[in-house]
Write a protein that binds this ligand. Structure first.
Ligand code: UGA
Length: 436
Protein backbone atom coordinates (compact mmCIF):
# COMPACT_ATOMS: atom_id res chain seq x y z
CA UNK A 1 0.00 0.00 0.00
CA UNK A 2 1.21 3.55 -0.61
CA UNK A 3 1.56 5.32 2.71
CA UNK A 4 2.64 8.78 3.75
CA UNK A 5 3.93 9.61 7.23
CA UNK A 6 3.82 13.27 8.19
CA UNK A 7 6.27 14.21 10.94
CA UNK A 8 9.51 12.24 11.20
CA UNK A 9 10.43 12.57 14.87
CA UNK A 10 10.68 9.76 17.42
CA UNK A 11 7.26 8.51 16.37
CA UNK A 12 7.07 9.20 12.63
CA UNK A 13 10.57 8.13 11.60
CA UNK A 14 10.12 4.77 13.32
CA UNK A 15 6.60 4.39 11.94
CA UNK A 16 7.75 5.12 8.38
CA UNK A 17 10.65 2.66 8.57
CA UNK A 18 8.50 0.00 10.21
CA UNK A 19 5.73 0.34 7.61
CA UNK A 20 8.30 -0.03 4.81
CA UNK A 21 9.71 -3.12 6.52
CA UNK A 22 6.31 -4.85 6.43
CA UNK A 23 5.95 -4.31 2.70
CA UNK A 24 4.47 -0.86 2.18
CA UNK A 25 5.69 1.88 -0.14
CA UNK A 26 6.32 4.75 2.25
CA UNK A 27 7.13 8.44 1.99
CA UNK A 28 8.12 10.26 5.18
CA UNK A 29 7.50 14.02 5.17
CA UNK A 30 9.00 16.55 7.57
CA UNK A 31 9.59 20.31 7.50
CA UNK A 32 13.13 19.88 8.91
CA UNK A 33 15.42 19.65 5.86
CA UNK A 34 18.42 18.40 7.89
CA UNK A 35 16.38 15.57 9.32
CA UNK A 36 15.05 14.64 5.88
CA UNK A 37 18.58 14.63 4.44
CA UNK A 38 19.82 12.32 7.20
CA UNK A 39 16.84 9.98 6.88
CA UNK A 40 17.21 9.88 3.09
CA UNK A 41 20.77 8.61 3.58
CA UNK A 42 19.41 5.96 5.91
CA UNK A 43 20.84 7.70 9.01
CA UNK A 44 18.69 7.85 12.14
CA UNK A 45 18.58 11.44 13.48
CA UNK A 46 18.30 10.10 17.05
CA UNK A 47 19.32 6.98 18.96
CA UNK A 48 16.80 4.17 18.73
CA UNK A 49 17.96 0.53 18.77
CA UNK A 50 17.15 -1.28 15.51
CA UNK A 51 16.10 1.87 13.63
CA UNK A 52 19.34 2.37 11.60
CA UNK A 53 19.09 -1.17 10.18
CA UNK A 54 15.43 -0.68 9.22
CA UNK A 55 16.12 2.70 7.62
CA UNK A 56 19.07 1.39 5.61
CA UNK A 57 17.04 -1.54 4.39
CA UNK A 58 14.05 0.61 3.40
CA UNK A 59 16.04 3.35 1.71
CA UNK A 60 18.22 0.86 -0.17
CA UNK A 61 15.23 -1.08 -1.48
CA UNK A 62 13.49 2.10 -2.60
CA UNK A 63 10.41 1.33 -0.48
CA UNK A 64 11.20 4.22 1.87
CA UNK A 65 11.80 7.82 0.82
CA UNK A 66 11.82 11.11 2.71
CA UNK A 67 11.06 14.63 1.57
CA UNK A 68 10.10 18.10 2.79
CA UNK A 69 7.57 18.38 -0.04
CA UNK A 70 4.02 17.70 1.14
CA UNK A 71 2.81 17.10 -2.42
CA UNK A 72 4.58 13.72 -2.18
CA UNK A 73 1.67 12.61 0.03
CA UNK A 74 -0.66 12.74 -2.97
CA UNK A 75 -1.65 9.28 -4.13
CA UNK A 76 -1.04 7.53 -0.82
CA UNK A 77 -4.00 5.49 0.44
CA UNK A 78 -3.25 6.15 4.11
CA UNK A 79 -1.63 9.27 5.58
CA UNK A 80 -0.29 8.95 9.12
CA UNK A 81 0.13 12.19 11.03
CA UNK A 82 2.66 11.85 13.84
CA UNK A 83 3.85 15.39 14.57
CA UNK A 84 4.67 16.54 18.10
CA UNK A 85 2.23 18.01 20.61
CA UNK A 86 4.55 19.54 23.22
CA UNK A 87 3.46 21.40 26.34
CA UNK A 88 2.57 25.03 25.60
CA UNK A 89 5.23 27.60 26.50
CA UNK A 90 2.90 29.08 29.08
CA UNK A 91 0.46 26.78 30.78
CA UNK A 92 -0.05 23.04 30.89
CA UNK A 93 -2.21 22.46 27.79
CA UNK A 94 -0.88 20.80 24.64
CA UNK A 95 0.43 22.97 21.82
CA UNK A 96 -1.47 21.84 18.73
CA UNK A 97 0.21 24.19 16.27
CA UNK A 98 2.21 21.39 14.60
CA UNK A 99 -0.92 19.28 14.18
CA UNK A 100 -2.82 22.21 12.69
CA UNK A 101 0.03 23.05 10.34
CA UNK A 102 0.35 19.42 9.22
CA UNK A 103 -3.37 19.20 8.40
CA UNK A 104 -3.28 22.59 6.63
CA UNK A 105 -0.49 21.35 4.41
CA UNK A 106 -1.91 17.86 3.85
CA UNK A 107 -5.56 18.66 3.08
CA UNK A 108 -4.96 20.07 -0.46
CA UNK A 109 -3.36 16.73 -1.43
CA UNK A 110 -6.11 14.42 -0.18
CA UNK A 111 -8.35 12.46 -2.55
CA UNK A 112 -11.74 10.91 -2.04
CA UNK A 113 -11.39 7.58 -0.22
CA UNK A 114 -8.01 8.35 1.39
CA UNK A 115 -7.64 7.61 5.08
CA UNK A 116 -5.87 10.09 7.35
CA UNK A 117 -4.70 8.32 10.50
CA UNK A 118 -3.89 10.69 13.36
CA UNK A 119 -1.20 9.30 15.67
CA UNK A 120 -0.17 12.40 17.62
CA UNK A 121 -1.23 12.53 21.26
CA UNK A 122 -4.00 15.14 21.33
CA UNK A 123 -6.55 16.48 23.79
CA UNK A 124 -9.86 14.63 23.58
CA UNK A 125 -12.14 16.41 21.11
CA UNK A 126 -9.38 17.29 18.64
CA UNK A 127 -10.16 14.50 16.15
CA UNK A 128 -13.79 15.55 15.77
CA UNK A 129 -12.66 19.06 14.80
CA UNK A 130 -10.02 17.75 12.39
CA UNK A 131 -12.55 15.35 10.83
CA UNK A 132 -14.69 18.32 9.83
CA UNK A 133 -11.71 19.93 8.16
CA UNK A 134 -10.89 16.75 6.25
CA UNK A 135 -14.51 15.99 5.25
CA UNK A 136 -14.77 18.25 2.13
CA UNK A 137 -11.94 16.27 0.48
CA UNK A 138 -13.90 13.00 0.71
CA UNK A 139 -11.13 11.46 2.81
CA UNK A 140 -11.86 9.80 6.19
CA UNK A 141 -10.13 10.62 9.46
CA UNK A 142 -9.21 7.77 11.81
CA UNK A 143 -7.63 8.27 15.23
CA UNK A 144 -4.95 5.64 15.66
CA UNK A 145 -2.94 6.35 18.83
CA UNK A 146 0.59 5.11 19.25
CA UNK A 147 1.84 3.29 22.34
CA UNK A 148 5.50 2.79 21.49
CA UNK A 149 8.16 3.17 24.16
CA UNK A 150 11.41 4.90 23.24
CA UNK A 151 14.18 2.33 23.25
CA UNK A 152 11.71 -0.36 22.11
CA UNK A 153 10.03 1.68 19.40
CA UNK A 154 10.76 -0.63 16.45
CA UNK A 155 9.47 -3.72 18.19
CA UNK A 156 6.47 -1.85 19.62
CA UNK A 157 5.53 -0.54 16.17
CA UNK A 158 5.83 -3.79 14.25
CA UNK A 159 4.45 -5.99 17.01
CA UNK A 160 2.25 -3.81 19.27
CA UNK A 161 0.25 -5.26 22.16
CA UNK A 162 -2.92 -3.67 20.80
CA UNK A 163 -4.14 -1.49 17.95
CA UNK A 164 -6.80 1.14 18.42
CA UNK A 165 -8.76 2.85 15.66
CA UNK A 166 -11.22 5.64 16.45
CA UNK A 167 -13.50 5.93 13.41
CA UNK A 168 -16.66 7.77 12.37
CA UNK A 169 -19.94 5.86 12.63
CA UNK A 170 -21.30 3.79 9.75
CA UNK A 171 -19.93 2.28 6.57
CA UNK A 172 -17.31 5.00 6.12
CA UNK A 173 -15.80 4.14 9.50
CA UNK A 174 -15.91 0.39 8.83
CA UNK A 175 -14.14 0.84 5.53
CA UNK A 176 -11.46 3.00 7.13
CA UNK A 177 -10.93 0.46 9.94
CA UNK A 178 -10.55 -2.28 7.31
CA UNK A 179 -7.94 -0.26 5.49
CA UNK A 180 -5.99 0.12 8.74
CA UNK A 181 -6.24 -3.64 9.34
CA UNK A 182 -4.61 -4.10 5.93
CA UNK A 183 -1.85 -1.64 6.82
CA UNK A 184 -1.06 -3.54 10.02
CA UNK A 185 -1.53 -6.96 8.38
CA UNK A 186 1.27 -8.91 10.15
CA UNK A 187 0.10 -7.86 13.62
CA UNK A 188 -3.57 -8.39 12.75
CA UNK A 189 -2.80 -11.84 11.27
CA UNK A 190 -1.16 -12.96 14.50
CA UNK A 191 -4.22 -11.99 16.50
CA UNK A 192 -3.16 -8.65 18.02
CA UNK A 193 -6.29 -7.07 19.53
CA UNK A 194 -7.66 -4.46 17.13
CA UNK A 195 -10.13 -2.27 18.98
CA UNK A 196 -12.47 -0.07 16.97
CA UNK A 197 -13.90 2.93 18.83
CA UNK A 198 -15.26 6.42 18.31
CA UNK A 199 -12.83 9.35 18.16
CA UNK A 200 -13.13 10.43 21.79
CA UNK A 201 -12.47 6.93 23.12
CA UNK A 202 -9.40 6.49 20.92
CA UNK A 203 -7.98 9.83 22.05
CA UNK A 204 -8.70 8.99 25.67
CA UNK A 205 -7.18 5.50 25.43
CA UNK A 206 -3.86 7.14 24.71
CA UNK A 207 -3.85 9.76 27.44
CA UNK A 208 -5.41 7.49 30.04
CA UNK A 209 -2.80 4.78 29.38
CA UNK A 210 -0.02 7.31 29.98
CA UNK A 211 -1.86 8.75 32.98
CA UNK A 212 -2.16 5.26 34.47
CA UNK A 213 1.53 4.52 33.95
CA UNK A 214 2.51 7.85 35.50
CA UNK A 215 0.18 7.17 38.43
CA UNK A 216 1.73 3.77 38.99
CA UNK A 217 5.22 5.28 39.14
CA UNK A 218 4.12 8.06 41.48
CA UNK A 219 2.25 5.59 43.65
CA UNK A 220 5.43 3.64 44.31
CA UNK A 221 7.37 6.86 44.79
CA UNK A 222 4.80 7.97 47.36
CA UNK A 223 5.43 4.66 49.13
CA UNK A 224 9.15 5.46 48.91
CA UNK A 225 8.47 8.71 50.79
CA UNK A 226 6.70 6.77 53.51
CA UNK A 227 9.46 4.16 53.53
CA UNK A 228 11.98 6.95 54.09
CA UNK A 229 10.43 7.92 57.43
CA UNK A 230 9.72 4.38 58.61
CA UNK A 231 12.88 2.51 57.67
CA UNK A 232 11.00 0.29 55.19
CA UNK A 233 12.47 -0.77 51.85
CA UNK A 234 10.36 0.24 48.85
CA UNK A 235 12.08 -2.18 46.47
CA UNK A 236 11.02 -5.17 48.60
CA UNK A 237 7.58 -3.64 48.96
CA UNK A 238 7.27 -3.33 45.16
CA UNK A 239 8.40 -6.91 44.71
CA UNK A 240 5.90 -8.17 47.25
CA UNK A 241 2.87 -6.26 45.97
CA UNK A 242 3.94 -6.90 42.37
CA UNK A 243 3.35 -10.62 42.83
CA UNK A 244 -0.35 -9.82 43.04
CA UNK A 245 -1.35 -10.26 39.40
CA UNK A 246 -3.95 -7.53 39.77
CA UNK A 247 -1.14 -5.09 40.62
CA UNK A 248 1.87 -6.40 38.65
CA UNK A 249 5.53 -5.45 39.17
CA UNK A 250 5.96 -3.37 35.97
CA UNK A 251 6.24 0.42 36.46
CA UNK A 252 6.75 0.05 40.20
CA UNK A 253 10.37 1.15 39.96
CA UNK A 254 10.81 3.83 42.64
CA UNK A 255 13.57 6.37 42.16
CA UNK A 256 13.99 9.84 40.70
CA UNK A 257 10.72 9.41 38.79
CA UNK A 258 9.45 9.78 35.27
CA UNK A 259 10.47 12.23 32.59
CA UNK A 260 10.70 12.34 28.82
CA UNK A 261 8.63 13.85 26.05
CA UNK A 262 5.43 11.97 26.93
CA UNK A 263 4.31 11.17 30.48
CA UNK A 264 4.97 14.58 32.09
CA UNK A 265 3.39 16.69 29.38
CA UNK A 266 0.57 14.21 28.74
CA UNK A 267 -0.69 14.21 32.33
CA UNK A 268 -0.58 18.01 32.39
CA UNK A 269 -2.40 18.34 29.08
CA UNK A 270 -4.98 15.82 30.28
CA UNK A 271 -5.63 17.77 33.47
CA UNK A 272 -5.86 21.01 31.47
CA UNK A 273 -8.33 19.46 29.03
CA UNK A 274 -10.45 17.98 31.83
CA UNK A 275 -10.62 21.46 33.34
CA UNK A 276 -11.86 22.88 30.03
CA UNK A 277 -14.50 20.15 29.95
CA UNK A 278 -15.69 21.10 33.44
CA UNK A 279 -14.36 17.82 34.86
CA UNK A 280 -11.12 19.01 36.39
CA UNK A 281 -11.92 17.22 39.65
CA UNK A 282 -12.02 13.84 37.87
CA UNK A 283 -8.30 13.94 37.25
CA UNK A 284 -7.20 16.19 40.10
CA UNK A 285 -5.10 13.28 41.31
CA UNK A 286 -2.84 13.81 38.29
CA UNK A 287 -1.63 17.04 39.90
CA UNK A 288 -0.55 14.96 42.91
CA UNK A 289 1.05 12.42 40.56
CA UNK A 290 3.03 15.29 39.03
CA UNK A 291 3.95 16.78 42.41
CA UNK A 292 5.12 13.45 43.88
CA UNK A 293 7.19 12.89 40.75
CA UNK A 294 8.90 16.29 40.96
CA UNK A 295 9.60 15.84 44.70
CA UNK A 296 11.76 12.80 43.92
CA UNK A 297 14.19 15.05 42.09
CA UNK A 298 14.47 17.22 45.24
CA UNK A 299 14.99 14.09 47.29
CA UNK A 300 17.86 12.90 45.10
CA UNK A 301 19.60 16.26 45.48
CA UNK A 302 19.00 16.12 49.25
CA UNK A 303 20.59 12.66 49.43
CA UNK A 304 23.71 13.84 47.62
CA UNK A 305 24.01 16.76 50.05
CA UNK A 306 23.54 14.38 52.97
CA UNK A 307 26.00 11.86 51.55
CA UNK A 308 28.63 14.56 51.27
CA UNK A 309 28.20 15.66 54.88
CA UNK A 310 25.86 18.63 54.43
CA UNK A 311 27.30 20.51 51.47
CA UNK A 312 28.22 19.71 47.90
CA UNK A 313 30.07 22.99 47.42
CA UNK A 314 33.36 22.39 45.63
CA UNK A 315 32.86 18.61 45.66
CA UNK A 316 33.15 16.57 42.51
CA UNK A 317 29.87 14.79 41.85
CA UNK A 318 29.60 12.37 38.91
CA UNK A 319 26.19 11.74 37.42
CA UNK A 320 25.88 8.41 35.63
CA UNK A 321 23.28 9.19 32.97
CA UNK A 322 21.62 12.18 31.31
CA UNK A 323 18.85 10.57 29.21
CA UNK A 324 15.37 10.29 30.74
CA UNK A 325 15.73 6.51 30.56
CA UNK A 326 18.20 3.98 29.17
CA UNK A 327 18.30 2.98 25.47
CA UNK A 328 17.37 6.54 24.54
CA UNK A 329 19.24 9.77 23.82
CA UNK A 330 16.18 11.82 24.73
CA UNK A 331 16.76 14.44 27.43
CA UNK A 332 13.35 16.13 27.32
CA UNK A 333 12.30 16.73 30.93
CA UNK A 334 14.99 14.30 32.03
CA UNK A 335 15.03 13.86 35.82
CA UNK A 336 18.70 12.85 35.51
CA UNK A 337 19.69 16.16 33.95
CA UNK A 338 17.58 18.17 36.33
CA UNK A 339 19.36 16.64 39.31
CA UNK A 340 22.67 17.51 37.63
CA UNK A 341 21.62 21.11 37.04
CA UNK A 342 20.44 21.53 40.65
CA UNK A 343 23.68 20.15 42.06
CA UNK A 344 25.61 22.47 39.79
CA UNK A 345 23.54 25.34 41.17
CA UNK A 346 24.54 24.32 44.70
CA UNK A 347 28.20 24.75 43.78
CA UNK A 348 29.13 21.13 43.09
CA UNK A 349 31.71 20.39 40.43
CA UNK A 350 29.28 18.29 38.37
CA UNK A 351 30.44 15.82 35.73
CA UNK A 352 27.82 14.11 33.56
CA UNK A 353 28.36 11.01 31.48
CA UNK A 354 25.96 9.08 29.24
CA UNK A 355 26.54 6.60 26.40
CA UNK A 356 24.17 8.34 23.96
CA UNK A 357 22.67 11.56 25.31
CA UNK A 358 25.66 13.88 25.83
CA UNK A 359 25.14 15.83 22.62
CA UNK A 360 21.48 16.53 23.39
CA UNK A 361 22.24 17.31 27.03
CA UNK A 362 25.02 19.74 26.13
CA UNK A 363 22.70 21.62 23.78
CA UNK A 364 20.22 22.11 26.64
CA UNK A 365 22.68 22.67 29.50
CA UNK A 366 26.03 23.81 28.15
CA UNK A 367 27.09 24.93 31.64
CA UNK A 368 27.64 21.33 32.78
CA UNK A 369 30.82 19.33 32.21
CA UNK A 370 30.34 16.25 30.03
CA UNK A 371 32.73 13.32 29.82
CA UNK A 372 32.21 10.45 27.38
CA UNK A 373 34.03 7.73 29.23
CA UNK A 374 32.38 6.38 32.37
CA UNK A 375 35.67 5.63 34.08
CA UNK A 376 37.14 9.02 33.25
CA UNK A 377 33.98 10.67 34.60
CA UNK A 378 34.32 8.75 37.87
CA UNK A 379 37.99 9.66 38.35
CA UNK A 380 38.43 11.39 41.75
CA UNK A 381 34.69 11.84 42.29
CA UNK A 382 33.57 12.60 45.85
CA UNK A 383 30.18 11.07 45.11
CA UNK A 384 28.63 9.07 42.31
CA UNK A 385 24.94 9.35 41.44
CA UNK A 386 23.20 6.74 39.29
CA UNK A 387 20.39 8.55 37.48
CA UNK A 388 19.87 6.60 34.23
CA UNK A 389 20.15 2.85 34.57
CA UNK A 390 22.17 1.99 31.45
CA UNK A 391 23.71 -1.49 31.66
CA UNK A 392 27.22 -0.08 31.78
CA UNK A 393 26.35 1.74 35.01
CA UNK A 394 24.08 -0.84 36.53
CA UNK A 395 25.19 -4.37 35.62
CA UNK A 396 28.66 -3.68 34.31
CA UNK A 397 30.05 -1.53 37.11
CA UNK A 398 31.30 -3.34 40.18
CA UNK A 399 31.71 -1.50 43.48
CA UNK A 400 35.37 -2.60 43.54
CA UNK A 401 36.08 -1.13 40.12
CA UNK A 402 34.22 2.09 40.93
CA UNK A 403 36.15 2.33 44.22
CA UNK A 404 39.43 2.15 42.33
CA UNK A 405 38.48 5.35 40.47
CA UNK A 406 36.71 7.65 42.94
CA UNK A 407 38.03 9.76 45.81
CA UNK A 408 35.06 9.19 48.11
CA UNK A 409 32.98 6.02 48.27
CA UNK A 410 29.56 7.66 48.31
CA UNK A 411 26.90 6.30 45.98
CA UNK A 412 23.41 7.69 45.51
CA UNK A 413 21.30 5.15 43.63
CA UNK A 414 18.60 7.24 41.97
CA UNK A 415 17.10 4.19 40.26
CA UNK A 416 17.38 1.65 43.08
CA UNK A 417 19.43 -0.45 40.69
CA UNK A 418 22.21 -1.66 42.97
CA UNK A 419 22.29 -4.33 45.63
CA UNK A 420 22.87 -2.13 48.68
CA UNK A 421 24.52 -4.89 50.72
CA UNK A 422 27.09 -5.59 48.00
CA UNK A 423 28.07 -1.91 47.74
CA UNK A 424 28.20 -1.49 51.52
CA UNK A 425 30.35 -4.61 51.85
CA UNK A 426 32.80 -2.99 49.42
CA UNK A 427 33.09 0.01 51.73
CA UNK A 428 30.60 2.39 50.11
CA UNK A 429 28.12 4.70 51.81
CA UNK A 430 25.02 3.64 49.90
CA UNK A 431 21.91 5.85 49.60
CA UNK A 432 18.85 4.44 47.82
CA UNK A 433 15.49 6.12 47.19
CA UNK A 434 13.00 4.82 49.71
CA UNK A 435 15.43 2.28 51.10
CA UNK A 436 17.06 2.26 54.51
C1 UGA B 1 5.69 6.27 27.41
C2 UGA B 1 4.73 5.09 27.45
O1 UGA B 1 5.30 4.03 28.21
C3 UGA B 1 4.43 4.58 26.02
O2 UGA B 1 3.48 3.53 26.07
C4 UGA B 1 3.86 5.75 25.21
O3 UGA B 1 3.61 5.36 23.88
C5 UGA B 1 4.89 6.87 25.20
O4 UGA B 1 5.14 7.29 26.56
C6 UGA B 1 4.33 8.00 24.42
O5 UGA B 1 3.31 8.58 24.82
O6 UGA B 1 4.82 8.26 23.32
P1 UGA B 1 8.34 6.51 27.10
O7 UGA B 1 8.15 7.96 27.34
O8 UGA B 1 9.20 6.07 25.96
O9 UGA B 1 6.92 5.79 26.87
O10 UGA B 1 8.99 5.92 28.41
P2 UGA B 1 8.57 4.93 29.59
O11 UGA B 1 9.22 3.63 29.38
O12 UGA B 1 7.12 4.95 29.81
O13 UGA B 1 9.29 5.64 30.82
C7 UGA B 1 8.91 6.95 31.21
C8 UGA B 1 9.68 7.41 32.42
O14 UGA B 1 9.26 6.68 33.56
C9 UGA B 1 11.19 7.24 32.35
O15 UGA B 1 11.80 8.42 32.84
C10 UGA B 1 11.47 6.07 33.25
O16 UGA B 1 12.74 6.11 33.81
C11 UGA B 1 10.38 6.24 34.29
N1 UGA B 1 10.02 5.01 35.02
C12 UGA B 1 9.52 3.94 34.34
C13 UGA B 1 10.16 4.94 36.40
O17 UGA B 1 10.60 5.93 37.05
N2 UGA B 1 9.80 3.81 37.05
C14 UGA B 1 9.31 2.73 36.41
O18 UGA B 1 8.99 1.72 37.08
C15 UGA B 1 9.16 2.80 35.02
Amino acid sequence: MRISVIGCGYLGAVHAAAMASIGHDVVGIDIDADKVRALSRGDAPFFEPGLPELLQQGVRSGALTFTTDMSAAAGAAVHFVGVGTPQQQSGHAADLSFVDAAFDALIPHLREGDVVAGKSTVPVGTAAVLAERVAPTGATLVWNPEFLREGWAVQDTIDPDRLVAGVPAGAEGERAADLLRQVYHPAVAKGTPFIVTDYATAELVKVSANAFLATKISFINAMAEIAEVTGADVTLLAEAIGHDKRIGRAFLGAGIGFGGGCLPKDIRAFAARAEELGRGESVNFLREVDAINLRRRDRAVQLVVEGLGGSVFGKKVTLLGAAFKPYSDDVRDSPALEVAVRLNGLGADVVVTDPEAIENARRLHPQLTYVESRDEALQDADAMVLVTEWDEYRRELSPEHAASLVRGRVVIDGRNSYDASVWRAAGWDYYGMGRP
